[in-house]
Design a protein around this ligand. Structure first.
Ligand code: HSE
Length: 321
């Protein structure tokens, strides 16, 4: 266990969920952007909460642990920790400082970074008593608070790093997937799309012909990643179920996607529930050409935006000091 009062520093990466065709099951972590957090253990005073959240950014997110995604994830961890026989310590409290560099509501796993960062940090402070799968289970409580549903397609890559497949949530089964070198370009148009809203507009039934296309693409994408077959990856980045519904929330989506592909991107689509859009490319120079297309389009319609050219993060949440 890390001694009481000693702060640790945590870096929690942004993540791209769905990977176009794998709604709620596929995702990957990126090296930029990321959130910074600090945590420490302190003795718990009688009658006080076991979690104190201190926001050191300007987003004014709730500090009540039950209303904050990091708090919700930590409460789940504490609940299970209470039953831990190896460490009969019940009078501990966590202090968490959160500096969000991933804008909430951007579609690149902002809530997952807070939830995952908090539970990985807590586990480190407690002497790494929980497995990564346990940590994903705890962190999903943050996602439930943010979007109304437990899903792990941001949480899993945030904790494991790399590309992950959530084969099942109940019971939890996460499969880490290999990937060839890929460059990722992300554009975040400065509009907010709430995940809960982006989920509420989805149709609850799909046509069998669409399902067949979709599972062909998911299998093709997984095979392409495992075989380092860039063309197969590109062809499989197609979503016939979710994207047609959600893309209407994102200005210029179809034009931008076409322009990026013409610039050489393998393919891409909505990042998570949007509004960010991501594109995968084989080389850094193509990823930068894709970024230029993104700038051009959003400048032409005067939509403020941020872009990132980055790579897949292989480590997940890291304790950096
Ligand atoms: N799979 C989720 C969705 C990710 O698309 O709604 C949101 O963070």
């Amino acid at each position: 266990m890390v001694p009481m009062h000693q702060w640790i520093k945590i870096k929690a990466p942004a993540t791209v969920a769905n990977m176009v065709c794998g709604f709620d099951i596929l995702g990957f972590a990126v090296n930029n952007p990321f959130d910074e957090m600090e945590m420490r253990l302190v003795p718990k005073q009688a009658g006080t909460a076991p979690i104190t959240i201190i926001n050191v950014d300007d987003y004014q997110l709730p500090t009540d642990p039950e209303k904050n995604v990091a708090g919700a994830a930590l409460l789940a961890l504490i609940e299970e920790f209470k039953g831990n026989e190896k460490l009969a310590v019940t009078d501990l409290a966590f202090e968490v400082k959160i500096n969000k560099l991933i804008k909430p509501g951007s579609g690149v796993g902002s809530s997952a970074a807070s939830s995952a960062g908090a539970v990985v940090g807590a586990n480190y402070l407690l002497g790494n008593i929980f497995s990564k799968d346990d940590l994903v289970r705890f962190a999903m409580n943050g996602e439930k608070l943010a979007s109304g549903v437990k899903h792990a397609d941001n949480i899993a890559p945030c904790i494991f790093g790399g590309v992950t497949l959530v084969r099942s949530i109940f019971p939890l089964e996460i499969v880490a997937l290999p990937s060839p070198q890929l460059y990722v370009t992300i554009v975040h148009p400065q509009i907010e799309v709430r995940t809960a809203d982006a989920r509420s507009i989805l149709r609850q039934k799909v046509l069998l012909k669409d399902a067949i296309k979709q599972w062909g693409n998911i299998a093709g994408l997984v095979a392409g990643l495992m075989k380092s077959d860039y063309d197969l990856i590109g062809r499989s980045l197609e979503d016939v179920i979710i994207e047609p519904v959600r893309s209407i929330l994102i200005p210029g989506f179809d034009t931008l996607k076409l322009a990026c592909k013409n610039a050489g991107a393998l393919g891409g689509g909505i990042s998570g529930s949007g509004p960010s859009i991501f594109m995968l490319s084989k080389t850094q120079s193509i990823a930068e050409a894709v970024e230029k297309e993104m700038h051009q389009l959003y400048e032409s319609i005067q939509l403020p935006h941020h872009t990132y050219v980055t790579t897949i993060n292989q480590n997940g949440v890291e304790i950096v000091a």
